[in-house]
Design a protein around this ligand. Structure first.
Ligand code: BGC
Length: 447
């Protein structure tokens, strides 16, 4: 039987662009994701899908909150759309946009669900991208002003914030490889600059939130390479630690590329050349500006198994895969919190974990997603081992409550525990939603 702490937070997560729709309603400004989908169409997003309507949660959030309550959900990690609140990113506040989140926060609290906003989940106001977006160091000021506006409005009701979701995907996938908005392919020193600007922006936002709500907890949500030992040889955990944090050719996907700046105020000696070149140009005082987050949000989907020396274990023919062909590696949920805690000593929350399946409504009208139940079950059992081994993990947020817009894959990937028919927008709880409700009800003892 799996054990979880008494005050463990069980929740779900989603992001504004992926579920809200209403892309131009009530004074919302355009974001880089609106532009990416509209201007570049099928070339960038499968089938030319867009988030224009998505799950229409902007209009249906009360139904969604009621469904959360019916499934015992205790926390909802949603993201605030920056251009809905400040249409051009840095100017007038759109009161209607802010009021939408006000109503959402109230509805959650009325239903016993903790609102856990993320300030940035990839939908940068287009007007800010025209000024260089994350390449422009001024983004720290723009972001801090936005954080201040949000914190003033919700500070009386929100206790835990997350600032920026997956710096690695923003940077590498959006500005380096061009597969996510804004679709740029910049050289590596620019990538290093963006990481630094993200660290400055997180820090400025954390200060802004704390100035308004000194007791609020502020988290940061990185992602990237997570290695785990696939043998119990002595030293295997040390080897997995080294493999996780050592920079390779894909250095932009390391956790430490941005967490070291925030939590340790440095790059380590093994930092890659482009980072060292850029670091030489950083004003000295910048390091004093870095704010260690109160907690780390870890988005855990899959990891890389390594042997007792930290070398990658070769691909196993026929290994278990998700619908989007990611490997299924539950053990990463055991080791990732331990490795991150060893390096940074911070509390953590699993801010995302879930499975994309080819779900459909069966003849009996239900959605039977045994694959997802098996996946979540395995990962949660591993998470309980991490906690038993001493990793301070405060909660678990399943990704995602509703099926939603999966970025460049459009609507083909279904991660939800609630099925969404995109023609009618009807929501149907999948078997996994009922299963998760039971897990929550028993604080994990049902596992
Ligand atoms: C992102 C989500 C995304 C999920 C599944 C994470 O990278 O934060 O927005 O939908 O993974 O791909």
């Amino acid at each position: 039987m799996a054990h979880f702490p008494k005050d463990f937070t069980w929740g779900v997560a989603c992001a504004a662009y992926q579920c809200e729709g209403a892309w131009d309603a009530d004074g919302k400004g355009p974001s880089i994701w609106d532009d990416f989908c509209h201007e570049q169409g099928e070339a960038h997003v499968k089938h030319g899908d867009t988030g224009d309507v998505a799950c229409d949660s902007y209009h249906r959030f009360r139904e969604d909150v009621a469904l959360m309550k019916a499934h015992n959900i205790k926390a909802y990690r949603f993201s605030v759309s920056w251009p809905r609140v400040i249409p051009d990113g840095d100017g007038e506040v759109n009161e209607t946009g802010l009021a939408f989140y006000d109503e959402l926060v109230d509805a959650l609290i009325e239903n016993g669900i903790e609102p856990m906003p993320t300030l940035y989940h990839w939908d940068l106001p287009s007007a800010l991208q025209l000024k260089g977006g994350w390449q422009n160091r001024q983004i720290a000021e723009w972001f801090a002003r936005y954080a201040d506006i949000v914190a003033r409005r919700f500070g009386d009701r929100v206790k835990r914030y997350m600032t920026i979701n997956e710096a690695q995907c923003i940077t590498e996938l959006g500005y380096g490889m061009g597969v996510l908005a804004p679709g740029l392919k910049l050289p590596q020193t620019e990538i290093a600059r963006i990481y630094h600007n993200i660290a400055l922006a997180h820090s400025a936002a954390q200060r802004a939130i704390k100035a308004v709500s000194p007791d609020a907890l502020v988290g940061f949500v990185p992602c990237g390479k997570l290695c785990f030992p696939q043998c119990d040889a002595p030293g295997a955990l040390d080897a997995a630690y080294r493999a996780t944090f050592e920079y390779g050719a894909r250095w932009g996907f390391n956790f430490n590329i941005v967490l070291d700046s925030l939590a340790l105020r440095r790059y380590d000696d093994s930092a890659p050349e482009p980072v060292k070149r850029f670091a030489a140009t950083i004003p000295e005082g910048d390091w004093d500006l870095m704010e260690k987050p109160d907690f780390i949000g870890i988005n855990v989907y899959h990891g890389d198994p390594v042997d007792g020396d930290g070398a990658p274990i070769p691909h196993v023919p026929g290994e278990p895969l998700t619908a989007c062909k990611w490997t299924i590696t539950p053990e990463v949920m055991h080791y990732a919190p331990l490795l991150l805690h060893r390096r940074y000593g911070l509390p953590m929350i699993i801010s995302e974990n879930g499975l994309s399946c080819n779900d459909r409504v069966y003849l009996d009208g239900s959605v039977h997603d045994a694959d997802r139940i098996d996946f979540l079950h395995r990962y949660l059992v591993e998470l309980s081992k991490a906690i038993a081994d001493g990793a301070p993990v405060m909660g678990y947020l399943q990704w995602s409550f509703l099926d939603n817009f999966e970025w460049a894959s459009g609507y083909d990937e279904r991660f939800g525990i609630i099925y969404v028919d995109y023609q009618t927008l009807k929501r149907t709880p999948k078997d996994s939603a009922k299963w998760y409700a039971k897990v929550i009800e028993t604080n994990g003892a049902a596992l």
